[in-house]
Design a protein around this ligand. Structure first.
Ligand code: HEC
Length: 173
């Protein structure tokens, strides 16, 4: 709090030191974002990519609660895409997302609820195929999603339950 306030005071003092014309240039409407934050489709997709990967490693570690959480994120992400981008390269998105919800995502939900890793793996591959099918029909066939090979981040443990944050539990130092 104190740091932020200090930063603002310094920034204001800096702006006042500028000649008027220069200061105005920095605070015109053109440089101030207008309206609500509108994410770009590619940015939402990168979030979907992360969730897709975490979903896989959560299930692999039997962390079914995390798997459910990631699946929920994917579902919401696709819901937002359908609302924000109703038509992508002539493809009406809502029906495609509805099909995804009713098939691949529903099957993943069932596999997670049943803690069934075999069923999960099958449903996960179907989801991945659906990602790629959409990329193909929306002129982005060069974006190819696959079963993840390694976790997207190394500071998140996929093992369920509280753990030693040093990540050293069980390892000799
Ligand atoms: C409704 C169709 C559709 C579905 C379903 C879809 N994508 Fe995409 N995806 C696109 C389009 C279109 C783009 C290109 C967006 C752009 O213009 O940047 C894209 C881009 C991407 C990118 C590249 C982002 C970047 O700029 O680096 C990734 C990664 C991605 N998708 C992952 C996924 C994953 C993972 C899934 C499935 C869980 C998925 N997508 C499902 C249409 C789809």
């Amino acid at each position: 709090m104190r740091g932020i306030r200090m930063l603002l005071v310094v920034a204001t003092a800096g702006a006042m030191a500028y000649p008027t014309a220069r200061a105005q240039h920095h605070v015109t409407a053109e440089t101030t974002p207008q309206g609500p934050y509108a994410p770009r489709l590619g940015n939402i997709m990168i979030l979907q990519q992360i969730r897709h990967s975490k979903l896989w490693f959560a299930a692999a570690a039997n962390n079914w609660e995390l798997a459910e959480h990631e699946l929920d994120g994917l579902k919401q992400g696709f819901g937002n895409i359908a609302k924000l981008f109703p038509i992508i390269y002539d493809v009406p998105v809502a029906p495609a997302i509805r099909a995804l919800d009713e098939n691949e995502i529903a099957q993943l939900g069932e596999a997670i609820a049943a803690r069934d890793r075999f069923k999960f793996a099958g449903a996960f591959d179907k989801l991945t195929a659906a990602c790629n099918a959409c990329h193909q029909v929306t002129k982005h066939a060069f974006i190819v999603i696959q079963q993840p090979i390694s976790p997207p981040f190394n500071n998140q443990s996929f093992t369920p339950g509280p753990q030693d944050p040093s990540g050293m539990s069980g390892h000799p130092h």
